[in-house]
Design a protein around this ligand. Structure first.
Ligand SMILES: Cc1ncc(COP(=O)(O)O)c(C=O)c1O
Length: 294
């Protein structure tokens, strides 16, 4: 079975196979990337950090002026219903609120009814080889837009900056890209947050440098603190990755992924055992932080 073939979707109140779900082409989510979304981890115990995801979605909705009919409580219910249909097993939810159907022009005032869609699919799998060696990264030639251009904290349907960074990585024979902001500081990877371990310090760029406030990131910071690391959100440059004892990425679907190289130079794996310690704690913590829905 091809990946995502078993994906299901909640659309207009019904659960259908995702590949059969259709939305109208005049939806501004399709026409302009006008909408917001969440990627949410599903565990055997329920939905990981559900209230935090709902808060982030609601904040993004407020930032772009999208208020679903029935409010975000209704959207939360859609996530729960989709998870019940998916079953008590590991998975990934894509919860989307678009501006809805409107005129061909960009005016959002022509869209009276935001659309809610939720897709459930399996988790991403990293090959054992990649897990062992770590990802090969490049530094993207694209910069992350500043907060006064398109705030990277808004998880909007407009992901072209991220898509093009990933495309550039693939074209240059790498797995993913490190994306810098306009000051040359690291924001994050194409669609995951970035961490470095150096000595007893566990550090990640601050969201003000262009990172999404990832919920895996938040959990890893909490775990780091519990494991006795000195944790900090601190501005990082490319040199900090070469100086680190380990570098890894975090995201809902992928979890924690080690980085093996950047622009053809190796990244140290000296602190790999500490990354594994964080990974192992994350495995139990994700169950503790899941909201039961079944
Ligand atoms: C741009 C970007 N950065 C970071 C992340 C990681 O965030 P989270 O841990 O909440 O999935 C995501 C997740 O999709 C993302 O799209």
């Amino acid at each position: 079975m091809k990946r995502d073939d078993e994906a299901i979707a909640w659309l207009d109140g019904e659960i259908v196979p995702a590949r059969e779900a259709r939305i109208p082409i005049l939806d501004h989510g399709f026409l302009f990337g006008d909408g917001v979304f969440e990627g949410i981890r599903v565990t055997s115990a329920g939905i990981f950090r559900l209230e935090d995801h709902m808060k982030r979605l609601e904040t993004a909705g407020r930032a772009v002026g999208i208020e679903p009919i029935g409010g975000f409580a209704q959207v939360r219910e859609v996530a729960c219903e989709t998870t019940r249909a998916w079953g008590p097993r590991a998975g990934y939810l894509r919860l989307i609120v678009t501006r809805g159907v409107g005129a061909l022009g960009i005016d959002p005032a022509t869209c009276p009814e935001p659309r809610v869609v939720c897709i459930a699919a399996g988790p991403a799998e990293l090959s054992p080889d990649k897990e062992a060696r770590g990802l090969d990264m490049i530094t993207s030639s694209l910069r992350r837009p500043a907060g006064d251009v398109l705030d990277p904290r808004v998880k909007s349907l407009n992901y072209l900056n991220n898509v093009l960074a990933k495309r550039e990585a693939t074209h240059r024979g790498a797995d993913d890209a490190v994306v810098l902001n306009s000051l040359g500081l690291i924001a994050e990877a194409s669609a995951t947050n970035l961490f470095v371990i150096q000595g007893n310090r566990l550090e990640t760029p601050p969201v003000s440098d262009g990172a999404l406030e990832g919920l895996t990131r938040r959990t890893v910071l909490e775990i780091g603190h519990d494991l006795g690391f000195e944790v900090a959100a601190r501005s990082l440059g490319r040199f900090d990755l070469y100086a680190a004892d380990a570098v890894f990425l975090t995201g809902t679907r992928a979890g924690l992924i080690p980085v093996g190289s950047l622009d053809g130079s190796l990244i140290s794996q000296d602190a790999r055992s500490r990354v594994r310690e964080i990974q192992a704690t994350f495995e139990t913590r994700q169950l503790e932080l899941s909201v039961p829905v079944h």
